[in-house]
Design a protein around this ligand. Sequence first.
Ligand SMILES: NC(=O)c1ccc[n+]([C@@H]2O[C@H](COP(=O)([O-])OP(=O)(O)OC[C@H]3O[C@@H](n4cnc5c(N)ncnc54)[C@H](O)[C@@H]3O)[C@@H](O)[C@H]2O)c1
Length: 346
Amino acid sequence: MMHMPTKRSLTILVTGGAGFVGSHLCDALLAEGHTVTCLDSFLTGSRANIAPLMNHPRFTLVDADICDDYIHHGHLDRIYNLACAASPARYQADPIHTMMTCVQGTLQLLALAERNGARFLQASTSEVYGDPEEHPQHEAYHGNVSCIGPRACYDEGKRAAETLSFDMHRQGRVDARVARIFNTYGPRMQRDDGRIVSNLIVQALSGQDLTIHGTGRQTRSFCYVSDLVRGLQSLMELRPNPGQPVNLGNPDEYQILELAEQVLAMTGSRSSLSFKPLPQDDPRRRRPDISAAERLLGWRPGVPLHQGLQATIEYFQMQLDVTPPRRRRHPTGPSEDWLHHPGAAE
Ligand SMILES: NC(=O)c1ccc[n+]([C@@H]2O[C@H](COP(=O)([O-])OP(=O)(O)OC[C@H]3O[C@@H](n4cnc5c(N)ncnc54)[C@H](O)[C@@H]3O)[C@@H](O)[C@H]2O)c1
């Protein structure tokens, strides 16, 4: 189902709006006529991601950390909380700040939502399921998470952020919603933060060996960023509040080896595979059960992997300034249009 834009022009705060997902969300909200404040500390985000928006009359940037006090001047209708480093390398670099971003930062934003009577959406993660013992992961599954491992600052932080959101909602203080986001990829991912899709593409394009952790037989599902943004907006605008977290991700499951082979074929790279040990607490399987999103939002992803990969490869070719090798284009292969959200800066 298409996301149906709200007719009213809303005033919206997007925290983490200069990041990979957040910048695409800002594009989409501006394109629908809303007024957007992007709040970001630039911990992992980039000014380049929002550069095209800086002169937009309905766009404001606030350079701030959600853990610090933030006074918003004017009324807010919606708050999307996406602020948090998302790649293991980045969120483990300062684990206490990651935890505080999820707990203290989220609580401050919930309080801001309460003062404004604003609807609130928390970007949670499939990591709340940890190394899952149930497959695929349904929202009712409580997860298998270590609270003391190196990933705990993020996994437990996001679990606490969900708890705060649901407590505020149960107390009737904030209309809070929680999206459990599964692996998402696309243009504007950072080239060097160790996430699997960007890592493999950058290595393939620069002629390095492709790093595969473990045997490469572990699985992931990959959602293209425009599909995710549509899902986040649908969840925010759903009435009434669904009263449960909602998984957003692509249920097509691939082994990491299959992904690597596809990247090699699509980039025309002659790189080899380089096998490294599996990181601690790395989940073996990951696939969302999206029946709740289908039932509640009429949402399911529409961009197949080869199309999303094509757009992402083209983006990194531009970033790395490499000439595309001659390759067989997919018959429905995208062009540079895919690099931009349909509603990028007016
Ligand atoms: N991309 C995915 O596959 C994925 C999967 C699950 C969940 N998520 C969640 O979605 C959100 C966005 O992820 P992303 O992939 O765009 O990551 P990202 O790192 O590109 O974006 C996060 C943004 O938050 C900002 N930020 C971090 N801590 C902050 C703080 N304390 N105060 C203010 N700004 C802060 C960063 O500078 C960055 O711009 C995150 O909350 C992440 O946990 C993403």
